[in-house]
Design a protein around this ligand. Structure first.
Ligand SMILES: [Zn+2]
Length: 193
């Protein structure tokens, strides 16, 4: 088996039979197939490499590209986190999966009506959040979770990485028992991703 490094960037146009990576490094997802340990694209589309969950998939190239707009409801994954803001990789607008991904930012002042001490209480890297686009200044999507249907919809244990389950106003890790806090959406854990 050759050890050519995988194309670790999302949004590339790929064709059937194009190499995406190897199964030692990635979990093959939709639009891919595996032969002799190598993951290939099954379709013409855009590759989506999820480095957090080590998944690679291909989304069909569709007409009419979906991009986030002002007041769009988006779903994204939390990336780099500071105490007063987090970066979000937007991968869904409304119910539509994006063919590439877009960067967004959620600032602490746009989290909630209530005072928030630190972004650490809101979301953590790897979490999936639903938010609204409130500005697209300088091609950066500024996000807000200040509405009752917005917030974290999937969160992962910061101790063991397992998906956290809601328990009253907190989240509990079914694997290690860790208790964590997030700004949860009311339908936490229910959205099909
Ligand atoms: Zn855990």
């Amino acid at each position: 088996m050759s050890l050519k490094p995988p194309e670790q960037k999302s949004g590339h146009l790929v064709v059937p039979g194009e190499r995406l990576g190897v199964i030692e490094e990635f979990i093959p997802d939709s639009g891919t197939y595996v032969k002799d340990g190598v993951i290939y694209s099954k379709i013409v589309g855009r590759s989506l490499v999820d480095l957090q969950n080590r998944r690679v998939s291909v989304y069909p190239a569709v007409e009419g590209v979906v991009v986030p707009k002002l007041s769009s409801t988006i779903v994204g994954q939390v990336g780099n986190a500071q105490s007063d803001n987090v970066l979000v990789r937007i991968f869904k607008v409304g119910n539509k999966r994006l063919s590439g991904d877009f960067g967004g930012i959620l600032h602490i002042s746009d989290v909630s009506d209530r005072y928030v001490n630190s972004m650490n209480e809101v979301c953590k890297p790897g979490d999936i959040i639903r938010a609204k686009v409130i500005s697209e200044k300088n091609r950066i999507f500024h996000l807000s979770t200040n509405d009752k249907n917005l917030g974290v919809i999937d969160a992962f244990c910061s101790r063991c990485g397992n998906l956290l389950e809601p328990e009253r106003f907190e989240l509990r890790c079914p694997k290690c028992g860790n208790i964590e806090k997030r700004k949860m959406a009311p339908d936490y854990g229910k959205e099909e991703l």
